[in-house]
Write a protein that binds this ligand. Structure first.
Ligand SMILES: Nc1nc2c(ncn2[C@@H]2O[C@H](COP(=O)(O)OP(=O)(O)OP(=O)(O)O)[C@@H](O)[C@H]2O)c(=O)[nH]1
Ligand SMILES: [Mg+2]
Length: 497
């Protein structure tokens, strides 16, 4: 029977193992093990079991991994971690072995024989969460960090990993907990003095003097303001974590592939002076102003009988529908043609609500005249994809359009950010759909609570709304969670994390 086939589940403390680095030719591979008695179990397949048994936590032991017959499998360095001072909070070992598929596979096979099961996706981080090593916002940021596509994305994820979001959520939650405590205290007192303000008797009534006076109302307002700022941060955080889709379009031969290569700083897409050179789309990830961009070079639209070319054109159109920004190239040598005007008009009318930047390409050979006017075109940016002219200016346009589109630089956000920054919680933003949904729940509960208070409604119907907001915030950090939510969340992680 293959031990590796044994299916585990999140939440047990079985000894687990998984490669933490991709399998392939490399200098080193890291294999990670964790779990109850994992160091002792591992010793049975290690050349120096005594050294390992005596090794304190956070030390490194050199030795060999041995097979069943005591033959060497690989020479390794093992980093020993002892509970609770480890990533998972359990005993564990990081095995540094030689790179390459054979060594890693040999060691994994041996680990299974020794009694380790293969870790589920994200299981190490799951255990770290369960053992109180990190909250859910930090656990999620681990995955964000692994998939960060630009330096800016990395820095946003690291910010959450170091607890910026966790502490902002906790601060806001504390404001609400205090407001809730005052409210409940008020209800209790009302209960005691028998002045007709009892919760059981329907609470404080509109005609009572104190009705609608939410104790600590300013804390609830402050909490709502900060929750709104978090909610508004979502799109921008998504822009930096997921990136944007930018599609290059234009007539055949306008220089789309040349621009693609220039932005990529690599000769990836084929450039020739034959119209229709690019027949299928090509994509690459680039970073512009720290924003990860999935850049697509498309086939130029033209009449064609070639079925392959027609398919390419069809795919190009599909990308235009999904694009966050379209870069439309005009061939400066040819000037603006009817097809260009038609495309621009149709694009604005039907295809996409996305912004389009118009580029006057080949400005090195065909000087750009600012007197040119195209319907509905506000700006025509002169560039030369071939001579690398105007590319920096283009980059600035691309990043500011995308930031605006994803709600980055609105005045409201800036002024909010400024005041929040004074409170020392810079850049705490939400990045996952889960966080967004829970922030939304807290936001609408507080809205309702304040509006009920405005209408002098009884405190005992307002208090549960404050409680609901507190719970939603608690769910974001994982203080309140269910096994189902955790399973779904961690199963999206990669193996070995
Ligand atoms: N002078 C000059 N020529 C350019 C510039 N950009 C592209 N070209 C030339 O224009 C021709 C077409 O360039 P491509 O980049 O292949 O154009 P394309 O839009 O991808 O063409 P298709 O794939 O056929 O739709 C090539 O000969 C390029 O060298 C530029 O900025 N200046
Ligand atoms: Mg091309």
């Amino acid at each position: 029977m293959l031990a590796g086939m044994i299916k585990g589940h999140y939440g047990d403390d079985a000894p687990i193992a998984a490669p933490a680095t991709p399998l392939g030719e490399s200098a080193l591979t890291l294999i990670r093990v964790s779990g109850k008695s994992s160091i002792e179990i591992f010793s049975a397949g290690f050349s120096r079991p005594k050294a390992l048994a005596e090794a304190p936590g956070n030390t490194i032991v050199h030795g060999w991994i041995l097979d069943n017959n005591k033959n060497n499998i690989d020479e390794v360095l093992v980093s020993v971690f002892r509970a609770p001072a480890s990533y998972t909070g359990e005993d564990g070992i990081d095995i540094s072995c030689h790179g390459g598929i054979a060594a890693a596979k040999g060691i994994m096979k041996r680990l299974r024989e020794l009694g380790f099961r293969e870790a589920l996706p994200g299981e190490f981080t799951f255990r770290a969460f369960m053992n109180g090593k990190l909250d859910l916002t930090r656990a999620e940021s681990v995955m964000e960090l692994v998939s960060a596509k630009s330096d800016e994305s990395r820095s946003h994820a690291v910010n959450r990993l170091s607890g910026a979001l966790e502490s902002e959520i906790n601060d806001v939650k504390n404001l609400l907990v205090e407001a809730l405590a005052s409210t409940e205290l008020f209800l209790d007192y009302s209960d005691d003095d028998g002045a007709g303000l009892s919760a059981a008797g329907g609470g404080i009534h509109a005609d009572d003097e104190s009705a609608g006076r939410l104790p600590d109302r300013s804390s609830v307002e402050e909490a709502l303001r900060r929750i709104k700022r978090l909610s508004a941060s979502y799109n921008r955080e998504r822009l930096f974590s997921e990136g944007a889709l930018v599609v290059i379009a234009g007539r055949p031969n306008s220089g789309k592939s040349s621009l693609f290569n220039t932005l990529l700083r690599e000769d990836r897409s084929i450039v020739t002076d034959i119209p229709g050179t690019t027949r299928d789309w090509i994509e690459a990830w680039i970073a512009v102003g720290g924003i990860p961009i999935r850049l697509i070079d498309t086939a130029g639209f033209q009449e064609s009988n070639d079925p392959v070319e027609l398919l390419g054109i069809e795919r190009s159109r599909n990308f235009l529908h999904a694009a966050d920004l379209v870069l439309y190239l005009i061939d400066g040598k040819k000037g603006i043609r009817k097809e260009d005007r038609d495309f621009i008009n149709v694009f604005h009318q039907n295809v996409s609500p996305s912004p389009m930047l118009l580029l006057w390409n080949k400005v090195d050979a065909a000087p750009f005249s600012s007197s040119l006017y195209v319907d509905k075109v506000k700006a025509l940016i002169p560039v030369s994809a071939k001579a690398n002219l105007g590319i920096d200016v283009l980059g600035d346009h691309i990043s500011s359009i995308l930031e605006e589109k994803f709600g980055g630089n609105t005045e409201e956000n800036n002024s909010d950010n400024a005041s929040i920054n004074n409170a020392g919680i810079e850049n705490a933003g939400i990045a996952t759909e889960r966080q967004k949904e829970l922030i939304g729940r807290a936001e609408s509960a507080l809205h309702e609570a304040l509006s009920l208070a405005d209408h002098n409604r009884p405190l005992d119907i307002i208090a549960p709304l404050l409680r609901e907001a507190v719970n939603a915030l608690g769910e974001i950090t994982g203080e309140v969670s269910t096994a189902e939510i955790l399973d779904t969340m961690f199963s999206r992680f990669c193996i070995g994390k």
